[in-house]
Structure formats: C-alpha cells, structure tokens
Design a protein around this ligand. Structure first.
Ligand SMILES: Nc1ncnc2c1ncn2[C@@H]1O[C@H](COP(=O)(O)OP(=O)(O)OP(=O)(O)O)[C@@H](O)[C@H]1O
Ligand SMILES: [Mg+2]
Length: 266
C-alpha cells in the first residue's frame, strides 16, 4: 500500500512545477497494477492570513520564530540520532495550542530546516488543522479509511513548499475505534516506514480526554507535550508525562506565556 507516499513524493518531487488541481489519476479498485496518484491539491497560501492565524515561524522578525527555531533544532537532533521520523504533538487538555505548535514547527522545518514534512490532523473528534491554512477540506483522513476516497483528493500542499497536509474534517464518533481500523493501521505503518527522509507530524487530540493518543502511540516515535501557561494543572502535566514518558518523550512546550516570547521549549 503505497498510494499515500506515491502522492506525497510526487508532489514534493515536482514542488516547483504547477500542481494539477483536477483529474488526479487514482487506483482503480481491485486493480493489480494500480496507477500512481500523480497529484495532491495545491493550496494557495496568503502570508497575511498565516500571520493572522499566528503562524509566525517563517518570519524572523517575530519573537515566536526564535522559539520555533530552537524547537526545530532540538526536534531534528532527536530524530536524527534516534533514526525517528514520526512526531506526535499532544497536550493534557483542549486548547493548549497543539495545532498552532504543530503548524509552526512544520513551517519551521520546511522553510529553515529544508525538510519534507507531512502534517497529519489526527484529532478526529475536533479537527482544526486546516483552519490555520484558511481552507475547508472537502475530504479528510476518515474518508480515506472509511469510504475509500483517494488520497489525491485529500492531500493538499501549500504551493512551492515541501509541506503536505493530510487534513481531517467533521466530527468522527468512535474516533479511537477508527484509529485502530485495519486500513488506518496500514496507512500509519506506511507513513512511518516507507520514506525515512520525510518527517511526519501528527496533530493529536488531548491525551487525557480520550484514548485516541494511546492507540496512536505505537505509530509515533516521539512526542511533544504542549502545556498552557496558567491553565494546565500540575497533576495534568504529571499524568500526561506518565503516559508519554516511555514513547520517546522529547519534552514540554510551554505555550501562551504572558511575556513577549510566547513559546518556551524544555
Ligand atoms: N501562543 C499563543 N498566543 C496566543 N494565542 C494562542 C497561542 N497558542 C494558541 N493560541 C490560540 O489558542 C487557541 C487554541 O489553539 P490551538 O487550536 O492551537 O489549540 P489546540 O490545543 O490544538 O486546541 P484543540 O484541543 O481544540 O485542538 C487558538 O485560537 C489559537 O490561535
Ligand atoms: Mg488542535
């Protein structure tokens, strides 16, 4: 099963050529010789909208960019020395800033670290990743898993970047069961194992609220925990750390700090 990576690789190999928005070639169901998916959907990005949405990692004039540069360096180092390529970003509770950190880190890795990144919205109950890029996904990850929607219809790539997004949409009931469906497990295994030079970032749900993170951990080499200054309680931090410490725990990102620089990395 290599359609995801065929699609991602194709888009990234051709990253400076115009993306083909329509007419992606996809595998015919049951076809032994499945045609390669040729495209992802191109996404036109308005830099002003990114800034409005607090995606600041690419702007060296922003204090946050420095924080994300530090985070990028630490993450890259850990991935390299351990030969890892999948990173999960979670938090003890909702609203701590997981998605914002995931997108900023992805941009920082793509633009300054020159990495190929696949950013996956794994928060199936409340997916919001797409909002940071100002688009509404027509299809999402669960459409692939449950309805067989081709990945070429789901994946989007901000133009002229090495970033590919696998969005989710709507609210998925029974999300942890969905995450353990054979087709999902196959996709996760594929994502993790096929191309070692591509970093996969999972924007995860909060880890103390459902068991979604727990069931995703076998596919995740390492994790970052986002905590919210003034909101995350110490017992929540401990419980989340206990859950993640055996999983290649990279550390804590302290977000929404009430000072000029709003993200700290430990
Ligand atoms: N450092 C920050 N400074 C100011 N606002 C922030 C910061 N980080 C996040 N926010 C805002 O807080 C809100 C929640 O952020 P985000 O969506 O990233 O959190 P989340 O942990 O992914 O939430 P959810 O649990 O709903 O998925 C958003 O409106 C976001 O813009
Ligand atoms: Mg989120």
């Amino acid at each position: 099963m290599s359609r995801l990576y065929d699609a991602v690789r194709k888009s990234q190999d051709e990253k400076y050529q115009p993306h083909q928005q329509q007419g992606a070639q996809t595998a015919k169901p049951g076809s032994a010789e499945a045609p390669v998916v040729r495209t992802t959907k191109a996404l036109k990005i308005d830099p002003a909208a990114l800034k409005r949405n607090r995606i600041l990692a690419f702007d060296k004039n922003e204090p946050e960019a420095e924080s994300f540069a530090i985070l990028r360096t630490k993450v890259l180092h850990k991935l390299k020395v351990n030969n890892w390529n999948t990173l999960g970003i979670t938090a003890p509770h909702e609203g701590a800033g997981k998605s914002l950190v995931a997108v900023n880190l992805a941009y920082s890795l793509v633009l300054e670290g020159n990495q190929n990144i696949l950013l996956v919205d794994l928060d199936l109950r409340r997916p919001t990743l797409h909002k940071y890029f100002d688009f509404t996904p027509e299809f999402g990850l669960v459409d692939y898993v449950r309805n067989g929607t081709p990945l070429s219809e789901i994946l989007v790539s901000p133009e002229d970047t090495r970033l590919t997004i696998l969005p989710s949409r709507g609210r998925t009931l029974h999300s942890s069961e969905t995450l353990t469906l054979p087709k999902m497990v196959e996709l996760m295994t594929e994502m993790k194992s096929r191309y070692k030079d591509r970093i996969i970032i999972f924007d995860m749900p909060p880890c103390l609220i459902t068991d979604d993170v727990m069931v995703s951990l076998p596919h995740t080499d390492c994790t970052l925990l986002v905590v919210e200054d003034g909101k995350t309680k110490e017992d929540e931090l401990r419980a989340a750390h206990d859950m993640l410490e055996d999983t290649g725990f990279l550390g804590v990102v302290l977000n929404k700090v009430q000072e000029t620089r709003k993200v700290y990395v430990y």
